[in-house]
Design a binder for this molecule. Structure first.
Ligand SMILES: [Cu+2]
Length: 640
């Protein structure tokens, strides 16, 4: 997995070159769409570490029960399962308290969890708060608009009987501010409310899992405290209101001793309003009217699937699945800030279009696993997966440079226009993996996984115009468009125990490497945001409550860049990180050092530094964002 760096709370995961909305992120059973034209409130940004008990990443082929409306893998974040008192025990209580500090950017925060239960009822609370200022890069320069603060509260109620469990959860998330160095705008407030109810029942031959959820998100952007405002505008308020709601029902049923059937049905309803109030004295550029970007946009998805897992014998397991997702999208009529500046022409053209679309999609997964002996496992499979266009991809309508500069979740400074006629993307993936293990004197394991993804109607861009600001930096006005594309690559993981001997504890060496290539078939030009060759080697030692080790992370020079987006070429680099922790009784203390050599580097998916470019009056050379310099961190955790 690679992260596209964005705001401090908003790293966006990429699996096999497919990220953001192409990767499915399921948080506590529900998927939530981003309510922001820059995707500042992506699903992962709502998850505080204290709230996540387990994160599962499935790259490559995912079972249809875990997929739908996505092209790549699936990331599942689950909160802690409710705990009840044991039979006969009167009451049960447990809690944790944590606090941490990181030197670079003065980051600190903490969390508390508390859980109280009887044999049948339980109540839990998780609260987390964190804040940070701007970090400094390896050259000692402050990277502006990397500050953020957030608060989160979650209350869980649970009840259980012999074979069923009901949980009801309420959550409040508040981010009063979060800077985005690679965007023209910053988050000035994000507030979200979420409720979720889930019912699980286990039966003799299987189980039922039903849940419903609702989330409201109120999101505001403006020019944040670090950003230069030359020459105009001084302010630019933008307000987004999103509502996600839905249900899912999943049935697991054993068919004899060999086969297990999973069947499910789910509905997701998303409603989006995105409006930009006028700014006094700026007409006709930013007034006198409210700019309506998305008016009552709706995206409804109904998904149904069936999946069969079969254990034929000790060596062979197969997984077959088919699912249908139908996505309906629509959006109401729009208007610009004024009747000039292309606003009224674009709005009239958009309003005259038939904007309602229905996209039926069929996903298929076929996978086989062969375990010939205890030392080797082979897997191979095929999947066809689909994703329907998002509301912003279809309905962002203005070709005005100022307005289209507000659209885009790519951190590249370019200008984006939607396309009502977009078709869904469809990916055909073929992959295999070989895993070899040894259990002799030392335990070791190597796994190689090559893959090929052929994508029909990949949502890329067409260039409408380019413009050179000052004399050095060129940006493009781009419209989303379907094109055929392909991605191929391979992952390598390896692990070996170096020693495992009583007082010396256990020493483990592990390595992860990934290489991929993605390109558009018509022009043979590289796709945007393809991570260059990268590898991570870690050593870890565990002995009597002590854990410690180091990680070396190396990333190759980014040679392949998307010419349509003027994607920057970033040099290769290597980072050294160390960590140590000690656990005794109820307490655990940890220390970590990141980027110990204070290396100056540019993360390949980090985007461009719009703050510096704007401070240079839009005249200089736009440069990639530089990564965090040396950081020392400490944390303390107590269980009670
Ligand atoms: Cu935003």
């Amino acid at each position: 997995m690679s992260l596209r760096e964005s705001g401090a709370l908003d790293g966006v995961p990429f699996l096999h070159g497919l990220g953001d909305e192409r990767t499915k992120v399921v948080v506590n059973g529900s998927t939530v769409e981003s309510s922001c034209p820059n995707h500042m409130n992506s699903p992962m940004s709502f998850v505080a570490p204290a709230q996540a008990a387990a994160v599962t990443v499935q790259a490559g082929i995912t079972p249809v029960s875990q997929g739908g409306d996505s092209l790549g893998g699936t990331i599942v974040v689950e909160g802690a399962a409710p705990i009840f008192a044991a039979a006969g025990e009167r009451a049960y209580e447990q809690g944790t308290a944590t606090g941490y500090y990181r030197s670079n950017g003065e980051e600190y925060g903490g969390s508390v969890t508390d859980w109280a239960a009887t044999e049948h009822f339980a109540i839990g609370y998780t609260g987390a708060w964190r804040t940070n200022g701007d970090y400094t890069d390896g050259a000692g320069n402050k990277v502006t608009s990397t500050y953020a603060q957030s608060t989160e509260h979650v209350v869980t109620l649970a009840a259980q009987s012999k074979d069923s469990l009901i949980t009801v959860e309420g959550e409040l998330d508040h981010t009063p501010y979060e800077g985005f160095v690679n965007a023209q705008m910053d988050m000035t407030r994000n507030y979200a409310e979420r409720v979720r109810a889930r019912y699980r029942k286990s039966m003799e031959q299987g189980s039922i899992d039903v849940q419903g959820f609702w989330q409201g998100t109120w999101h505001s952007m403006n020019v944040g405290r670090d950003k230069s405002t030359f020459p105009m505008p001084m302010i630019m308020p933008m307000n987004t209101h999103g509502r996600n709601s839905g249900y899912s029902a999943k049935l697991e049923f054993a068919l004899g001793s060999r086969h297990t059937l999973y069947a499910g049905n789910e509905l997701n309803y998303f409603r989006l309003d995105d409006t930009w109030p006028p700014v006094a004295g700026t007409a006709p550029y930013m007034g006198p009217n409210t700019f309506v970007n998305i008016n009552g946009g709706t995206r409804t998805r109904l998904g149904t699937y069936a999946e069969l897992t079969s254990h034929w014998n000790a060596a062979w397991t197969t997984l077959l699945g088919v699912r249908n997702d139908t996505v309906w999208t629509n959006a109401g009529p729009v208007q610009g800030y004024s009747a000039t500046m292309m606003y009224s022409m674009d709005a009239a053209a958009f309003n005259a279009l038939n904007r309602a679309h229905t996209d039926p999609m069929i996903d298929v997964t076929a996978q086989a696993k062969w375990v010939p002996n205890a030392a080797s496992t082979f897997e191979f499979g095929y999947a066809r997966k689909n994703r329907a266009p998002s509301l912003y991809e279809r309905y962002a309508w203005s070709t005005n440079w100022m307005a289209s500069g507000m659209i885009g979740w790519f951190g590249d400074g370019n200008y984006y226009v939607g396309n009502v006629g977009l078709k869904p993307e469809a990916a055909n993936t073929v992959t295999g993996s070989a895993r070899l293990m040894g259990r002799g004197l030392r335990i070791w394991e190597v796994k190689v996984s090559p893959y090929l993804i052929a994508i029909e109607s990949y949502i890329d861009v067409d260039t409408l115009a380019t413009s050179t600001f000052g004399s050095m930096s060129t940006f493009a006005l781009l419209q989303f468009a379907n094109h055929t594309a392909r991605i191929y690559g391979g992952d390598l993981t390896a692990r070996s125990e170096l020693w495992n001997a009583g007082r010396a504890g256990t020493g483990t060496l592990s390595a992860v490497g990934a290489w991929l290539h993605g390109e558009r078939n018509d022009s043979s030009t590289p796709l945007y945001h393809m991570m260059p060759l990268n590898a991570r080697v870690s050593f870890n030692e565990e002995a009597r409550g002590f854990t410690g080790g180091f990680t070396l992370e190396a990333v190759d020079r980014k040679r392949n860049f998307d010419p349509r987006r003027f994607e920057p070429v970033t040099p290769g680099y290597a980072l050294v990180n160390v960590h140590a922790s000690y656990r005794k009784g109820y307490f655990e203390a940890s220390a970590e050092g990141e980027n110990l050599t204070n290396r100056l580097y540019e993360p390949p998916l980090g985007g461009v530094n719009m703050d510096n470019f704007m401070a240079g009056m839009w005249m200089g050379q736009v440069e990639p964002v530089t990564g965090r310099g040396r950081t020392i961190g400490f944390s303390l955790a107590a269980r009670f």
